[in-house]
Ligand binder design. Structure first.
Ligand SMILES: *Cc1c(COP(=O)(O)O)cnc(C)c1O
Length: 460
C-alpha cells in the first residue's frame, strides 16, 4: 500500500507557492506560516481518515490566501442602502456631503486650529467653528454641539435641573431605541422626573398643578417613533412657553430629528422646524445632527446664550465634546445651509427625501435596462413605499419606485444574502419572491458598483 502522505507538499514548498509569496505584502510572515501549518495539519488529518489528496499546491495556497484575506478584512465596510429607508440607524443614518466627508478626512490626517485662534495664536473655543452656523439655522442666541442627541439631553437636564424637578407629559415618556428612555435619561442626569397627565391626554392645568418651588423646567419630547391616535390632547409649545414665563421655568424642547427646512412642499409631513421652536420661545431646543439635518453624528443644543454657557461649563462637556473630524464635517454641512435651495440640492439626506417619484422611476427604468443585460436576471420596475426612518418620522411613507429583481436558479433569500455579503455589500428588501432594490438612497456614484454587485451575486 502506498504512503498516503507522500504527495502532501512540504511546508517549504507550500510557503514558496507564488500566491503565498505575493501575500507577504499584506500579511505578516508569522500569520502566513501559521495558516499554512494549520492547512497542512487539516489535510493530514483528512488523509489519515482515508481521503485522497485532490488539491494541488497552488490551489491550496490560493485557499490559504483567500482565508487570510477574509479573516483580516475590516469589519466595517461600505454598504449600498437599497432599502428605501433614508435614515437607517443600523446603516449609519445620514451619509454626509462630499465636502463634509473631505473636511473630516483633512481634519483626521493632519493638525488643525481646533482650539487655537490663528490670528492671535491664543486659545479659542472648540465649538466656535460651528456656533455661527447653528445660530443661523435655528435663529437662537447661541448653540453648541455634543456627541449625539442623547448626550445633549443628559447634559442639558444636568446643567439646568440636577437636584430639581422637570415636568414631562406621560404621553411623551418615550423609548427612542438603543436604550434611550426618557425616564432613565432623566435619572442619569440627576434631575427628577415629574410625570403629568395620562398617556393620551395632558392639559396645561396638569403641568400647572405639578409646579413646586423645586421645579426647574418643563420638557416637551418629540414622540418620534410612535403616535397616539384617537381621543388625544397635548399641550403645544406656545402654551408651555407661556407657562414657563409665568412660573420662571426653563422650557426645553427635545425635537429629535431637527428639521431645518420645511419639507411639506415635497409631500413630507408638517414637522416642527427647530427655528419655529426657538421663535415660539423655547429656551433650549435639542436635536440630532445626523437625522434630517443630514450631517455627522452629533447632538445640537440651541437656545438662550446663558443656558448654552451653563451647559458648556458643565463637567460632562469634557466627556461629551465633539472630536475634530465631526466638528469639521458639521461645519461643512452647516455651510450648505446658508442657502436653503443649495441645502435641498446638496445635502444627501434632503436630496434623497425629496427626490420626485417621476425621477426615481426614470432612474429605475434606466437601471433595469442594465440589469436585463445580465444573463438569468429578471427585473421589473414597480411602485412601492420608502420610509424616512431614523426615529423621528418612522411611519412616514414616501411613494417610491423600486427594482424587483429575481435570478434563475437562485431563491430570493439566497440572492439577498449574496448581495448583503458581497463587496460592496448591498442591503435590499425581500418581498413576494423578489429582491426589491430602492434607488432612492443609492448615491449616484454607487450605481455602477450596484450593477457589478448584482452581476457577481447571480454569477457565483
Ligand atoms: C433620535 C432622538 C433622540 C436620540 O438622538 P441620538 O442622536 O440618536 O442620540 C432623542 N430624542 C428624540 C426625540 C429623538 O427623536
Amino acid at each position: 500500500m502506498s504512503n498516503p502522505f507522500r504527495d502532501l507538499p512540504s511546508m517549504t514548498k507550500l510557503l514558496d507557492a507564488p500566491a503565498l509569496v505575493a501575500a507577504r505584502d499584506r500579511h505578516p510572515p508569522a500569520t502566513i506560516t501559521a495558516a499554512a501549518r494549520s492547512a497542512l495539519d487539516s489535510l493530514r488529518a483528512k488523509l489519515s481518515s482515508g481521503a485522497a489528496l485532490t488539491t494541488s499546491v497552488d490551489a491550496l495556497a490560493a485557499q490559504i490566501v483567500a482565508m487570510l484575506d477574509v479573516a483580516t478584512a475590516p469589519v466595517l465596510r461600505p454598504v449600498i442602502n437599497a432599502t428605501g429607508i433614508v435614515l437607517h440607524t443600523n446603516l449609519g443614518r445620514s451619509p454626509i456631503h462630499e465636502e463634509a466627508a473631505r473636511a473630516a478626512y483633512e481634519a483626521a490626517r493632519g493638525y488643525l486650529n481646533l482650539e487655537m485662534d490663528l490670528a492671535s495664536g491664543k486659545r479659542a473655543s472648540r465649538q466656535g467653528n460651528v456656533r455661527a452656523g447653528l445660530k443661523a439655522i435655528t435663529g437662537a442666541e447661541s448653540a453648541t454641539a455634543v456627541n449625539n442627541c442623547a448626550a445633549a439631553t443628559v447634559i442639558a437636564l444636568r446643567a439646568i435641573a440636577a437636584g430639581k424637578e422637570v415636568i414631562v407629559s406621560r404621553g411623551q415618556l418615550v423609548e427612542i431605541g438603543g436604550s434611550f428612555r426618557i425616564p432613565e435619561v432623566m435619572a442619569v442626569s440627576g434631575a427628577t422626573l415629574r410625570e403629568v397627565g395620562t398617556t393620551n391626554i395632558t392639559r396645561v392645568s396638569d403641568y400647572e398643578r405639578a409646579i413646586t418651588p423645586n421645579t426647574a423646567a418643563v420638557m416637551r419630547v418629540h414622540a418620534s417613533n410612535y403616535r397616539v391616535r384617537g381621543y388625544t390632547k397635548s399641550v403645544d409649545l406656545a402654551q408651555l412657553v407661556e407657562l414657563g414665563r409665568k412660573h420662571n421655568l426653563t422650557v426645553i424642547d427635545d425635537a429629535g430629528s431637527g428639521q431645518a427646512i420645511d419639507l411639506t412642499p415635497f409631500g413630507l409631513p408638517d414637522e416642527p422646524l427647530v427655528s419655529a421652536s426657538i421663535a415660539t420661545g423655547a429656551d433650549l431646543v435639542l436635536f440630532s445632527g445626523d437625522k434630517l439635518l443630514g450631517g455627522p453624528q452629533c447632538g445640537i443644543l440651541a437656545g438662550k446664550a446663558a443656558l448654552i454657557q451653563l451647559i458648556e461649563k458643565d463637567p460632562l462637556m469634557r466627556a461629551f465634546r465633539l472630536d475634530k473630524m465631526t466638528l469639521a464635517a458639521l461645519e461643512a454641512t452647516l455651510r450648505l445651509y446658508r442657502d436653503p435651495a443649495l441645502a435641498l440640492r446638496e445635502v444627501p439626506t434632503l436630496r434623497m427625501l425629496t427626490a420626485p417619484l417621476a425621477a426615481l422611476r426614470q432612474r429605475c427604468e434606466a437601471f433595469a435596462e442594465w440589469l436585463r443585460a445580465i444573463p438569468g436576471v429578471t427585473v421589473g420596475v414597480r411602485e412601492d413605499v420608502a420610509f424616512v426612518g431614523g426615529g423621528s418620522l418612522p411611519d412616514v411613507g414616501v411613494p417610491t419606485a423600486v427594482l424587483a429583481v429575481s435570478a434563475e436558479r437562485i431563491s430570493e433569500s439566497e440572492l439577498a444574502t449574496r448581495l448583503r455579503t458581497g463587496t460592496p455589500a448591498v442591503v435590499g428588501r425581500v418581498q413576494d419572491g423578489r429582491v426589491l432594490l430602492d434607488l432612492r438612497c443609492v448615491l449616484e456614484w454607487q450605481e455602477e458598483e450596484l450593477l457589478e454587485a448584482v452581476r457577481l451575486a447571480v454569477r457565483e
